[in-house]
Design a protein around this ligand. Structure first.
Ligand SMILES: [Zn+2]
Length: 133
């Protein structure tokens, strides 16, 4: 765990704590397939569900749109933010995003793992050094 009491991120106002998740719909999705997962798994945030809107695999997106063109996210500092996810859903999941790196994203800078980027809305999975195990 992050042990945020001892390993405070550099940007707690912009660090994601919780978010609306999907899939929300039963039946056809905008991509034509029936949602198959991933499961809600107790609202555990995932960095990437492997969804590729242009690939052969028919997997429904986990990141969703629920409120207009996005979702709501709760930050570590307690704020609730509107996040625009339509573009996030359509972009390939990457290891590194320039805007995300500039914002101090730990995943881009230190861990180099595939993740969605919400840097366009000034939100990050973690900012600061990697917490020790
Ligand atoms: Zn990043």
């Amino acid at each position: 765990m992050a042990q945020i009491d001892r390993n405070t991120p550099r940007r707690p106002l912009d660090t994601i704590l919780a978010a609306d998740i999907g899939p929300d719909i039963v039946g056809a999705t905008p991509y034509g397939e029936t949602p198959v997962g991933p499961s809600r798994n107790d609202s555990l945030l995932m960095w990437s569900d492997g969804f590729d809107p242009f690939g052969a695999a028919k997997v429904s997106p986990w990141v969703t749109t629920r409120h207009g063109d996005g979702i709501h996210m709760l930050t570590l500092a307690g704020g609730v933010r509107d996040v625009h996810t339509k573009d996030v859903l359509r972009a390939p999941v990457q290891l590194r995003y320039p805007r995300c790196t500039r914002g101090g994203c730990t995943l881009c800078t230190y861990l180099k793992v595939f993740h969605y980027s919400f840097a366009k809305d000034q939100l990050f999975w973690w900012t600061g050094p990697v917490p020790p195990d």
